[in-house]
Design a protein around this ligand. Structure first.
Ligand code: LMR
Length: 342
């Protein structure tokens, strides 16, 4: 007979059952937007993670099929499917991590900011549900425009009395992944061996790759460096154009988001002997604006330490000033729009 899992409170659990008590039988990750272009490959990568006990997949539709498919994969996590707005809270209940790829993607000619009208309400619904059913969860938004969505969510959580700046993240990992790839190609080295800070926000000139601090050192001409900065900043648009109306980055975004969630898991479980470090867009007082992506050390409660700004050369310091002007506007818009969700 299969062993009946026990909750730490002692209650016997059915195979697909979660105990309703405040303790848990294991680590629960919820993907909101799990049937979408990012959500499906992200859920697949998470299903392969041996540290996850419950993988909860939510979307407006089609999650039953996604969950049935994932559930045949021979890893220990139990996959649970939830569909429709009314099931959002059930999907998120007791989650340790909620990752949110939900929302509309761009079409050619659109800026990320053009998505705010639709995506603001998606992000707000998640923040409201998190306040009610998993206020202690680490909440990671992929939904665009991240620069505005994260402050909007923060304002809602603040009003609900559940905001913890250490637990709310805008996922900017793809900017780091792209920077490593493009610099690796340019220097003809394995991209995995490339390290450089990518700070700021997640659109256009708010994405600041700090190439002066790249390891190994980038020794190319100034023109080449400027072209690399431009490519990293416009990489999302490169994919949108290449997909010609069929959306934006999904596979590379899923890869990056999985890397970020895996780091959150490592930090929660405290198993890693090394510091768990990622770049993410978080509330901080590192700059004059309220939200800014920097290198952060992660611990069981989320952000453990914000490593602050890297060293920058003159060109990067000037670019940083422009970035702050843009970010300030994006953040204020998020605060303003949060009033629509009172
Ligand atoms: C990306 O960077 O690829 C995503 O933010 C999607 C987009 O619209 O560019």
């Amino acid at each position: 007979l299969p062993k009946v899992p026990l909750c730490v409170c002692g209650r016997q659990l059915g195979v697909l059952d979660l105990c309703g008590c405040s303790c848990r039988r294991g680590l629960k990750v919820t993907v909101v937007g799990a049937a979408g272009g990012i959500g499906q490959p992200l859920s697949l990568l998470l299903k392969a993670n041996p540290d996850i006990d419950v993988l909860s997949v939510h979307d407006l539709r089609h999650t039953a099929g996604v969950a049935a498919d994932l559930s045949h994969i021979c890893t220990k996590s139990v996959v649970k499917a939830f569909e429709g707005p009314k099931k959002l809270k059930a999907a998120m209940k007791g989650a340790d991590i909620v990752v949110v790829p939900a929302g509309l993607p761009r079409k050619p000619g659109m800026a990320r900011s053009d998505l705010i009208g639709v995506n603001a309400s998606v992000a707000a619904d998640v923040a409201i549900a998190a306040s009610d059913v998993c206020p202690g969860a680490l909440l990671a938004y992929i939904t665009n425009p991240i620069n505005t969505i994260v402050p909007l969510a923060a304002a809602i959580l603040k009003r609900k009395g559940t905001f913890d700046p250490n637990r709310l993240f805008g996922v900017t990992t793809l900017d780091c992944v792209r920077a490593k790839t493009f610099l690796g190609d340019a220097m003809n080295v394995n991209p995995q061996s490339v390290e450089l800070p990518v700070i700021g926000g997640h659109t256009g000139t708010t994405i600041l790759p700090i190439i002066s601090q790249c390891k190994p050192e980038f020794k190319g001409e100034e023109m080449e460096r400027l072209a690399l900065v431009d490519r990293i900043q416009e990489a999302g648009t490169e994919v949108v154009k290449a997909k010609a109306g069929l959306g934006s980055a999904t596979l590379s975004m899923a890869y990056a988001a999985n890397q970020f969630v895996c780091s959150l898991i490592k930090a929660i479980l405290g198993k890693s002997e090394e510091d768990v470090v990622e770049y993410a867009y978080v509330e901080s007082d590192v700059t004059k604006v309220d939200f800014f992506a920097t290198r952060i050390k992660l611990g069981p409660q989320g952000v453990m330490d914000n490593c602050g700004l890297p060293e920058m050369d003159e060109y990067e310091a000037a670019a940083m000033k422009c970035c702050l002007v843009e970010l300030k506007k994006d953040i204020e818009l998020g605060y303003k729009l949060s009033d629509d969700f009172k």
